[in-house]
Design a protein around this ligand. Structure first.
Ligand code: 5AD
Ligand code: SF4
Length: 444
């Protein structure tokens, strides 16, 4: 492999994928490549892909067409597809996208240097083997596109929940937890480099379980350990499955000031019938009980969620139940999606995708409309309050303004003054939009 050659990595999908791209970055740097942010000057272009909805795959296909045009100008450029689409479509993708040279699934990244060499000598290369053990525990990720303030640490891989709509168990394989010592080391290293915020990532962090030579650790214990490294280091985590959010974890968050007061708890639907069809393994009432437990122990916590509209068999009554649950919880924030059938999932095999697109979209609009109102109400309640904000960088709208997040994960914009990214400041909230809090630096 020739040193000084350049690799460009573009990432789609979830935070986990961004974290994976940083592992890939580290693996290629270790074999003599350097990364570039310009695909036009790259010898190797990687696209780390997402399969969660058809729309996500279509965006990647469009991008591959653009890369194909680039390759015409730069013959010899290698194009590799990584991640969930690579795993889902395997060598089928080589037939459909002739410009693609490499297909690499999420557990095969260590093989990348060897696969690049194989392609260099004229072959197409595929490795989509899933693993029962791979956690990339020993790889020190390079922080791609980092603001130097916040970083992701992946603590586990895979998923075995088999929600009926979801492709992830098929693209990311069995659930496995990463060695806690390597996680604690990575967090300590980030602190040394000046980072102030770490998000612990997994498909379902609440089922993190380390068990080796009689030593066991669950997620509540792990996050408490990482939070103990430095009180100035903020911790976040994503994502939690409502069936596994334990009282122990709620207790640890409540008693640990540097664990952020923001819980993302995807509900997906407010209807018990739909939750059952989705194989979510909790009821509306059980979900409400988790919310009550959070509100009781961590009253200042924000709560956000994911919602799918138009899942198989969803009736108007089911939809109204989703709206009424949203209202009851009064979510601070939500990610909202139309149901998109994914080949190979339980729903694709057993259920009919029978809600017409126009109905799905109308319901989605109603859900989005309600959430905008709830988010705005939630933000209005913060006016007059003082909150601690970690400055992250210039605001998108003005270079005289900085933007950061408060503990509740709300974006806060305030005058830059002589404040630098990475500093904690107290900000008094004076105004808001549905998406942003606006304030002034507070002497309090
Ligand atoms: N269609 C629509 N949304 C989906 N999600 C997962 N699978 C699908 C699908 N097939 C949503 C869920 C999940 C989020 C990451 O994406 O809400 O929590
Ligand atoms: Fe997309 Fe899910 Fe894969 Fe993340 S794990 S990239 S959300 S399909």
């Amino acid at each position: 492999m020739l040193p000084g050659r350049k690799i460009y990595i573009e990432t789609y999908g979830c935070q986990m994928n961004f974290s994976d791209s940083e592992i890939v970055g580290s693996l290629v740097l270790g074999s003599g490549y350097e990364t570039t942010t310009d695909p036009g000057e790259a010898d190797v272009v990687f696209i780390n892909t997402c399969s969660i909805r058809d729309h996500a795959e279509q965006r990647v296909r469009q991008r591959l067409r653009e890369f194909r045009a680039l390759k015409k100008k730069h013959p010899g450029m290698i194009i590799g597809v990584l991640g969930c689409m690579a795993e889902r479509l395997k060598d089928e993708l080589l037939e459909q996208e002739p410009s693609v040279d490499m297909i690499i699934g999420p557990d095969a990244y260590r093989d990348i240097p060897a696969l690049i060499s194989a392609v260099g000598s004229g072959q197409k290369a595929v490795n989509v083997m899933l693993s029962l053990e791979e956690t990339y525990a020993d790889i020190q990720p390079v922080r791609l596109g980092s603001n130097g303030v916040s970083a992701f640490i992946s603590i586990m891989r895979g998923c075995e929940n088999y929600c009926a709509y979801c492709v992830v168990p098929f693209t990311r394989g069995k659930e496995r937890s990463r060695d806690p010592d390597s996680i604690i080391r990575e967090a300590g290293d980030l602190v040394q480099k000046g980072y102030r915020e770490v998000t612990l990532l997994g498909q379902n962090v609440n089922s993190y379980a380390w068990n080796e030579n009689g030593r066991t650790m669950n997620f509540a214990q792990l996050i408490a350990r990482v939070a103990g490294i430095d009180p100035q280091l903020r911790l976040r985590f994503a994502t939690s499955h409502p069936k596994d959010l334990s009282d122990e974890l709620i207790g640890v968050i409540a008693s640990t000031p540097n664990i952020c007061r923001a819980i993302h708890l995807p509900v997906q639907s407010g209807s018990n019938r739909i939750l059952h069809l989705m194989n979510r393994k909790y009821t509306r009432e059980e979900y409400m009980n988790r919310i009550r437990a959070i509100r009781e122990k961590i009253p200042d916590s924000s709560i956000s969620t994911d919602i799918i509209t138009g899942f198989c068999g969803e009736t108007e009554e089911d939809h109204l139940e989703t709206l009424s649950l949203m209202q009851w919880v009064s979510f601070d924030y939500a990610f909202m999606f139309n149901y998109s059938e994914r080949p190979g999932t339980l729903a694709a095999k057993k259920l009919r995708d029978d809600v017409p697109d126009v109905v799905k979209s109308r319901r989605l609009e109603e859900v989005i409309h309600l959430q905008q109102k709830l988010s705005h109400e939630s933000n209005k309640k913060d006016i007059g309050k003082v909150c601690e904000v970690l400055a992250e960088g210039r605001s998108r709208k003005s270079e005289h303004q900085l933007s950061g997040r408060n503990s509740q994960n709300k974006v806060v914009v305030f005058p830059a003054g002589d404040i630098h990214p990475g500093e904690y400041i107290r900000v008094k909230i004076t105004r808001c939009t549905p998406a942003t809090l606006i304030g002034e630096v507070s002497p309090e």
